[in-house]
Ligand binder design. Structure first.
Ligand SMILES: Cc1cc2nc3c(=O)[nH]c(=O)nc-3n(C[C@H](O)[C@H](O)[C@H](O)COP(=O)(O)OP(=O)(O)OC[C@H]3O[C@@H](n4cnc5c(N)ncnc54)[C@H](O)[C@@H]3O)c2cc1C
Ligand code: FES
Length: 279
């Protein structure tokens, strides 16, 4: 069995600047050792510890879908020690990834349902993974209508533009991309994510919502879904508490009795309602 503390060595194959301020970059890694890609078998919603020798490890959501073979993607915001170091890495550099960690979105349990997928800011990463997975020809027929709401403060902060513009051309997903305020050249929606959610939300019957975003967005989107009649079991969220081991051992990420790394990071609102508001 693979030692969960041991990172898989990976090579940085491509580094892509995502946002105008250059603070978000997508790292495309390839596994160095044959067979490691199969061992790193993941599903949308899981995360990994990105491990940089001499710098540390940081938990980052997996942005690629397991259906995208040959590489794994992470989009990293430059905030502190490890993320800043990574932003200065060059293509060809070697580092480690440890995981996959945590529970994925319960896509198997959501079969047969309509889905509304709601993303704010750069928390869209694991939802990119989810949508790429859902739109695969072998997966798409298992789900009903799919609606995607994605918002950022301004157009320069939107990630994966090529991808969601392609999704907008499809007729098997409704895509609403919004920015907070009018901006020159922007021809899409304008308004905050909760307001757009209210406008485009499908009826709650047989529908589940998956939300990932900053706490302020979640705070205002959750009541929109509840008022629309969504049951807490059908509102699914991902938490981003501070973490260290990612394995349910160090106790860094607890919310009440739950370890966000091991029991989450994906929880239903029904589960979160039973926990202290420490997230
Ligand atoms: C499950 C999970 C998934 C995540 N996915 C992503 C992702 O896809 N992309 C991404 O850019 N970031 C993601 N994060 C947040 C990321 O882990 C932190 O930004 C990172 O650990 C910062 O490390 P650092 O060494 O660069 O900064 P540090 O030097 O450790 O800290 C610098 C700053 O970052 C803040 N910070 C540190 N840890 C966290 C944290 N866990 N959450 C929020 N702020 C933090 C500190 O408050 C401080 O202001 C995720 C976190 C979790 C738990
Ligand atoms: S990060 Fe160590 S218990 Fe969750």
């Amino acid at each position: 069995m693979h030692n969960p503390y041991l990172p898989y060595p990976v090579r940085l194959a491509e580094l892509r600047v995502e946002t105008e301020d250059k603070n978000l970059r997508t790292f495309k890694f390839e596994f160095l050792n044959p067979g490691d890609e199969e061992k790193f078998a993941y599903m949308p919603g899981q995360f990994a510890e990105l491990s940089v020798p001499g710098q540390g490890e940081i938990p980052i959501g997996i942005a690629s879908s397991p259906t995208e073979k040959g590489h794994v993607l992470f989009t990293v915001n430059r905030v502190g020690q490890v993320s800043s170091y990574m932003h200065n890495m060059k293509e060809g550099d070697i580092m480690g990834i440890r995981g996959p960690l945590g529970h994925p979105y319960p896509l198997d349990k959501l079969e047969g349902k309509n889905l509304i997928i709601i993303a704010g800011g750069f928390a869209v990463t694991t939802l990119r993974s989810t949508i790429v997975w859902l739109l695969q020809p072998e997966n798409r027929p298992k789900y009903g209508k799919i609606t995607f709401v994605y918002g950022a403060r301004n157009p320069g902060l939107l990630l994966y533009e090529d991808q969601w513009r392609e999704w907008q051309k499809r007729d098997d997903i409704d895509v609403y991309v919004t920015i907070d305020r009018e901006a020159p050249g922007w021809d899409g929606k304008v308004g905050f994510v909760p307001a757009v959610t209210k406008e485009v939300c499908p009826p709650p019957e047989n529908t589940a919502a998956i939300i990932c975003g900053p706490p302020i967005m979640i705070k205002f989107t959750q009541p929109v879904l509840e008022e629309a009649g969504f049951e807490p079991e059908n509102i699914i969220m991902s938490l981003e508490n501070r973490m260290k081991c990612g394995l349910g051992i160090c106790g860094r990420c607890n919310v009440g009795p739950e370890y966000v790394c091991k029991d989450g990071p994906v929880f239903t609102l029904a589960q979160l309602n039973k926990l202290p508001r420490e997230y």
